[in-house]
Design a protein. Structure first.
Length: 59
């Protein structure tokens, strides 16, 4: 897999979403807080879709 700048940005967003969710919930104990979901879900989705879209196309 060729790593491009977009792949790196997508991986950072993916890991930021995961780390944010666990750190926030470990500190505040709010595992079902809608505000945490509102931050985590877009980060995860942009990260996942960014990785798929930045991967090389097969002929």
């Amino acid at each position: 897999m060729k790593v491009t700048g977009w792949t790196i940005v997508s991986l950072v967003m993916l890991f930021a979403g995961i780390i944010f969710y666990f750190v926030w919930n470990l500190i505040y104990g709010a595992w079902t807080d809608i505000g945490v979901y509102a931050m985590t879900v877009p980060l995860l989705l942009f990260g996942i879709f960014g990785i798929f879209l930045s991967s090389p196309k097969k002929n």
